[in-house]
Ligand binder design. Structure first.
Ligand code: GAL
Length: 405
């Protein structure tokens, strides 16, 4: 019997619908669900500034893989300012000679199992004076998607004089409205591409961006002016994060700026304290150092799995500063599964280990002896009420308590 009897058309169509294999997830329309935990990766600006080029980005991607950073969670390779060339008569923005073929570069980064990010701004020019996206938002977003871009940092800069101050002189509220609209425009343009692209606002925290940024599509927003590799600046930024914890959560993060771990003359304690506190803050962890010349001690800081797990905790709650005494501060962060992270930071220059700090567990809502893990020594630690702690200048004690009482 011939089994290949043709089916009547409607039956055949029904059979196709029923029998067709489910479309694999990767081929389905991409969703915009990104940054469910704070984005992790590397950005060119803090070390290379405008000296970044195609070769340097490829080298960074290679190094992220070989150093073990990729396995530790660093995924985004982000090109900051200075990739941009000129717009042609059709308004198409071209790369400059440092980046001969952005699509090929994106393909290379993707071939390593990583993602790639880029930079622009809502004004005519970026902070470095390169072409930005004003009146070309849709066109630029489309081009990013065609290249395969996964992350956009959008920096206010020349939008201030170009648009805000020009169109609404001496009217702060109107200036801010223009700024909101500009970020909304690019947010819509990115969404319209259908490609999941992390949208990172960089407007230095103006107009309490944490209140309105997420509604305009922000996955993260800078909360302050720029970081630099000096303890005083890192600490000043940390202090500005207090009170912002209620705005952070899966898909939307306060961004106290990219990491300076391994840059400048930061000591090991300072690198650890900076990294620890950014993890406590559920901050994006974007390394900003020269990965090809990374010292082993810097790599050890950046790849500390326990501290990364703290940053990436799925609950997505940001730490609060509970109390401070002199120059020592105590922050706590609630973690999934009822765990708790405690950071005791000696932020100042004057208190040395000869002047122990007494950790008051009751102030943290804890009762009696707590069993924890010191995330830098990797050892078990017992915290007892009012225990004296010897914490050196710019050092942090970072403890995870699995079952706080
Ligand atoms: C600044 C921004 C920096 C960097 C720089 C590039 O406004 O805060 O992170 O992107 O512009 O010109």
């Amino acid at each position: 019997m011939n089994r290949l009897v043709p089916l009547p058309l409607p039956v055949a169509l029904l059979a196709i619908v029923i029998l067709a294999p489910a479309v694999p997830r990767a081929q389905q329309a991409p969703s915009q669900v990104v940054a469910q935990t704070p984005p992790m990766g590397w950005n060119s600006w803090n070390y290379f500034a405008t000296k970044v080029d195609d070769k340097g980005v490829r080298a960074a991607a290679d190094e992220i893989v070989t150093s073990g950073m990729k396995d530790a969670g660093y995924i985004y390779v982000n090109i900051d300012d200075s990739w941009e060339g000129e717009r042609d008569s059709n308004g198409v923005l071209h790369t400059n000679s440092k980046f001969p073929d952005m699509k090929a570069l994106a393909d290379y980064v993707h071939s390593k199992g990583l993602k790639i990010g880029i930079y622009s701004g809502p004004g005519t020019k970026t902070c470095g004076g390169y072409a930005a996206s004003l009146e070309h938002e849709d066109q630029d977003a489309k081009m990013y998607a065609e290249w395969g871009i996964d992350y956009l940092k959008y920096d206010l800069c020349s939008f201030i004089p170009d648009v805000m101050e020009k169109q609404a002189p001496n009217d702060k509220a109107a200036e801010m409205r223009l700024m909101h609209e500009a970020y909304a425009r690019m947010g819509k343009a990115l969404k319209a591409t259908g490609r999941p692209i992390v949208y990172s606002f960089c407007q230095y925290g103006w107009d309490a961006v944490w209140e309105w940024g997420p509604a305009l599509g922000a996955n993260s927003w800078r909360t302050t002016d720029d970081i630099n590799p000096h303890w005083d600046r890192i600490y000043a930024i940390l202090e500005q994060q207090e009170g912002l914890e209620e705005y952070a959560g899966p898909g939307r993060w306060n961004d106290p700026d990219m990491l300076e771990v391994g840059n400048g003359k930061l000591s090991l304690d300072e690198n650890r304290a900076h990294f620890s506190m950014w993890a406590m803050l559920a901050a994006p962890l974007l390394a900003g150092n020269d990965l090809t010349n990374m010292k082993p001690e810097v790599k050890a800081v950046l790849t500390n799995r326990d501290v990364i797990a703290l940053d990436q905790d799925p609950l997505g709650k940001q730490a609060s500063r509970i109390y401070s005494e002199g120059e020592v501060e105590v922050w706590t962060r609630p973690l999934s599964g009822g765990a708790l992270a405690v950071a005791v930071l000696n932020a100042g220059d004057n208190r040395y280990s000869t002047h122990p700090f007494h950790l008051d567990l009751a102030k943290l809502g804890l009762h009696g002896t707590q069993q924890g893990k010191d995330l830098w020594s990797g050892k078990a630690v017992e915290l007892t009420g009012n225990m004296p702690l010897e914490i050196a200048k710019h050092e942090v004690l970072l403890v995870r308590i699995a079952a706080p009482k």
